[in-house]
Design a protein around this ligand. Sequence first.
Ligand code: ADP
Length: 643
Amino acid sequence: MKKGKILITEDEEIVARVNKRMVTSLGYEVVGIVSNGEDAIKFVKAQKPDLILMDINLSGAMNGIEAAAIINREYDVPIIFLTAYSDDKTISEAIESGPYGYISKPFELTTLRITLDLSLSKSKTERKLRESELWWKSSIDSIDQGIITVTIDGGITYLNSAAEKILGYRLNECIGMNYLDIYKVYKSVPNELFICAMHDSQNNPDELLNSKWFIDRHNKHIPIEETISDIKDGKGNFLGKVIIIKDISQKRESQVEVVAARNFYISLLDDFPVPVWRANADGYFNYFNKTWLNLTGRILEQEISFGWMDLIHGEDRETFQNLFRKSFEKEERFEYEFRLLNNEKEYSWILAVGTPFYELNKKFAGFIFAGLDLSKKKVLEKELRTAINKAEQASSAKSNFISNMSHEIRTPLNGIVGLTELLFDTELNPEQLQYLEMVKQSTDVLLSLLNNLLNQSKMEVGKEFLHESVFVLTDILNEIWNPISVQASLKNIIAERKWEHNFGRKIIGDKVKIQQIVLNLLTNALKFTEAGKIELIIINENEIEMSETKTTLLNLHIIVKDTGIGIPIDQHERIFESFTQVDSSSTKKYAGVGLGLCIVKNLVDLFNGKIWFESKPGFGSEFHVLLILKYAIEETSGELVSI
Ligand code: ADP
C-alpha cells in the first residue's frame, strides 16, 4: 500500500520527472504534476492530495508561496517547499505561508524521505487533534450549564455557549480579560430580591445561604448555582480553574410561586373563623390555627403532638381517640362531637370533621380537621328541650283536666238523659212533649260534644288503644247510617249508601272506632251541605293472604262525599289540627268546636291507616279513609275466633 498521495508542482519538466521518480521510490504515489500555482489550486480542489511538493519559483502569475498561502487557508493540505532560493527574504516569506517543510535543491533522497514522512505524520496528528477539539467543543457547547476556564491568574481561556448566554459576553470579546471583570457574584441577596429570598428561607434556609446572585452585563441579578474546580496537568501542576455555573431563575420563580401559594393557604387557614388542626402521616398533630389557639388560650407548643388531647373532656377522650384511630387506619372521613376545655375554663361543644389529605403522588399525608363550635346550638337545644317538656307537661295537664271535667260533666248529664227518657213514659201534654223533645236534642248534642272532648284528650295523652271484637261491617255501619239518613231527609238532602262489594264476612277490629270515623265524616258532610246529596261508599280494594297467621287482610276503602260548601284550598293543610274551623263565624252557623277531623285522623293513625280528602269550595268534599282490617277465622264449629 502507498504511503500517501503526492502532488508535484514544478515548472521544469525534467526536474518534475526526477522528483516523481524519487518520491515514487520512497513508496509514495504521485497523483499529479502541475506547472503553476493556479493549476495546483484547481488540482487540490478536485482531488485533495495528502501532500504537495511545491516549487517556489513557478511559471504562472502566482508563485509557489502565494499558491501555498491560498491552499493552506482553504484546503488544509500540507505543503513542502522545494527550492533553490536560499535568500532570507524568500525563506521568511515561505515560512509565513505555513508550510510543513522546506527542502533546498539539490537534496538527497534521505532528506526527502525524512521531510515527507514527518510532514505527513504531523499533518495526520494535527487533523486528529482538530477533529477531537471540534468534538469536544461541540459537546461542551451542548451542555446547558455555563463553563468558563481561566488561567492561574484568572485570564479567561474559554467560555461555552451557555456561559456566553449567562454572562452576556462572546468568547472572542473575553479572551485576555480577567474573569472577575465580567463574572460579578454576590453572596448576599440584593435588596429588591430580599422578600423572595425570605420566602425561600422558610422553604429551605440552607439553600438560601448557599445561593449566589450574579450580575450580568445589563446589571440584571440572576440567581445561580456555581461549582469551581482546579485544572491540573498529568503531574498535578495547577494550570487554572474551571467554573461551572447554572442559571436557576426558573427554579427560583417556581419556588417563589410555591412559597406564595403555601403562604396563601397558611394565612387562609390561620385566620379561618373555625378551629383547624392537622395530623401528619404518623398521626402526630403538628398544626393548630390561630382560631384554635384563641379558643383554648394556649400556645402552639402546648398543643402539638398530643398535648391538645388533655383539653378533651374525660368522658369524650377515649371515644375520640378510638374513632380517630379507626378513621386514620382506613383513611376515612372522621366526625365526632366532643367537649373541649376553652380559655374560660369551660367546655365548648365542638363538632370535629376530619378528612385525610394526600401528597401529589397520592401518598397519604395525614388528616386535617375543622371544628364547629356547637356550644350556642347546644344551649339552644337545651332551652328548646326544656320548653318542649314544659309545653308537653302543660298540654298533658290540660288534656287530663278536660278528661276529668268531661267525666264530671257526663255524670250529671247522664242523669238528665236518663230522667228525660223516663219522662217520655209519663203522661205529658203536647206542649210538655215538645219541650221534652228539645231537652233531649240538646242533651244529645252536649253528650256527643263531651264524648269528642274526652276522646281527644285520651288520644293526646296516648291513652287510647284499639279494642278488638268480631263483627259484620255492614251491621255496624247500618247502625250509624240509619239516624244520619233520617236527619238528611229532614234537611231535604239525598243520602245514598253504596256497598261496592259483599261485606257479609266477619271482621276483627275495633268496631266502635270504625263507627266513630265514619260517623264524624258523615256528620260533617251533612252539617256542611245545604242541598244536594251525601254519599257513603265502601270498597274492598284488595285482600292479602297472610300465610304465617293463616289470616286474610282486608284493605277497606271508605269514601264520604257531599255536595256542600267545600273547604278552601288554603285550609287544606290545617284541617286535621285540633280546634280548627275554616271560618270561626261558621261556629255560629254550624255547630261544632273543630275536634271531629282531628279525632278521625288520630283514630285512622291508631289503625295505621291513611286519610286524605279532595274538596273544592262551592262544589263539595270527598273524604277517603283506608283501613287494613282482618277477617275472622271461621272454626268448623261455626265459632269465630280472634287472632
Ligand atoms: P267541627 O266540629 O267544627 O265540624 P271538624 O274538625 O270536624 O270540626 O271540622 C273542622 C272544620 O273543617 C269545620 O269547622 C269545617 O270548616 C271544615 N269541614 C269539615 N268537614 C267538612 C265538609 N264535609 N265540608 C265542608 N267543610 C268541612
